[in-house]
Design a protein around this ligand. Structure first.
Ligand SMILES: Cc1cc2nc3c(=O)[nH]c(=O)nc-3n(C[C@H](O)[C@H](O)[C@H](O)COP(=O)(O)O)c2cc1C
Length: 182
């Protein structure tokens, strides 16, 4: 199973990127997670779309179209998803053949706040409803106080978060199989 990881933060040392890297290591047998950068995705402009989507957008759309599932880890910015992620999803959502339609999606997030992106994840779920994705309901992965949960070398050291990510990826594996059977 080929899963594409998207990070909603461009920050070097991003806790959300570290969470995705932890997920790469925790993935069950048979699942591979490739993290795709969204740093080259331009600001959405419908005039540009009408004249042809930019190459960086087309490349990402192609990779998403070929994936079995998507794993998104985004920071919470002002109680919502980061604009960086939303902008990318806006490009991805457009016709023709929006590549995330009917795809299983798992979401997680890391924040230095207590709630670990809980508020923003419910906004993200709403966006994914419009995009007609099969978003995994449980387990939810909220990594609060993220500045205390990763070692200096970037490794996720919090056992609760490690277990949640492990369990979420197993649940995602099952969802991929269920969606493929439809
Ligand atoms: C513009 C902005 C808004 C933020 N808003 C929130 C917020 O609403 N809730 C929260 O828990 N943290 C908030 N934070 C703090 C982030 O949790 C923190 O910067 C986190 O490390 C970002 O994720 P990253 O490490 O992946 O870049 C905000 C940070 C920024 C830069």
């Amino acid at each position: 199973m080929n899963v594409i990881g998207l990070c909603g933060s461009l920050r070097e040392g991003s806790f959300n990127m570290l969470a995705l890297k932890a997920a790469q290591k925790l993935a069950p047998d048979g699942m591979e997670i490739s993290i795709e950068s969204i740093s080259d995705i331009p600001l959405y402009n419908d005039d540009i779309r009408k004249n042809g989507m930019p190459a960086s957008v087309m490349q990402l759309r192609q990779k998403l179209a070929g994936a079995d599932a998507i794993l998104i880890s985004s920071p919470e910015y002002n109680f919502s998803v980061s604009g960086i992620l939303k902008n990318t999803l806006d490009w991805v959502s457009r016709a023709p053949e929006p590549p995330m339609e009917d795809k299983p999606v798992a979401i997680m997030g890391a924040s230095i706040g207590m709630l670990g992106t809980a508020r923003s994840q419910y906004h993200l779920r709403q966006i994914l409803v419009y995009m007609n994705c099969f978003t995994l309901n449980r387990p939810e992965v909220f990594i609060g106080m993220a500045d205390k949960k990763f070692a200096e070398n970037g490794e996720l050291t919090d056992p609760v978060a490690v277990k949640l990510i492990t369990d979420q990826l197993i649940a995602l594996q099952k969802l991929i199989l269920r969606v493929a059977c439809k």
